[in-house]
Design a protein around this ligand. Structure first.
Ligand code: CU
Length: 163
């Protein structure tokens, strides 16, 4: 009985140490730089159909690397997100409406591609997608949106300001 107690005490004494050791997780690996370089902008997208960042700013012609992280728990088929940046003067509502029938192209309508500067693939919960592109040379405001059906209407949009 005495030995058993001693073992218990030792085990208890050792436990915090073991815990402390396992807590020492390695620092997360540095994100690999995109092949073409560019400043990385991280945006998260939630099941609430909102972007974490709705205002982006850039200099004309700057190379940008947008990383979109879907942090929700729903699968892509029910709650997918993307980042679609439109050319100046293009109506996000028009692109969103056209996207409803474009499931086979991840809701990026083929007929709208000449109105789009850059877009990511569709990300489901837990997935990350990205795109590297050159910001427009012309100063102004450029809309971006998620083209998954219903998400633009729910407020999944933002503005890139070039100045
Ligand atoms: Cu979305």
């Amino acid at each position: 009985m005495k030995i058993f107690s001693l073992v218990c005490v030792l085990a208890l004494a050792a436990a915090p140490m073991a815990g402390a050791q396992t807590k020492k997780a390695p620092a997360p690996a540095a994100k690999a730089a995109p092949a073409g370089g560019g400043r990385t902008i991280e945006i998260t997208a939630s099941d609430a159909m909102k972007y974490s960042v709705t205002e982006l700013a850039t200099k004309p012609g700057e190379k940008l690397h947008v990383v979109l992280k879907a942090v929700g728990s729903m699968p892509k088929i029910a709650m997918g997100h993307n980042f679609v940046l439109l050319k100046a003067g293009v109506s996000p509502m028009e692109v969103s409406n056209a996207a409803f029938n474009a499931r086979e192209t991840d809701f990026v309508p083929a007929a709208m591609q000449d109105k789009i500067i850059a877009f990511t693939k569709l990300a489901g919960g837990g997935e990350t997608v990205d795109v590297t592109f050159t910001a427009p040379a012309k100063p102004g405001k450029y809309d971006y949106l998620c083209t998954f059906p219903g998400h633009f209407a729910a407020g999944m949009k933002g503005t890139l300001t070039v100045k």
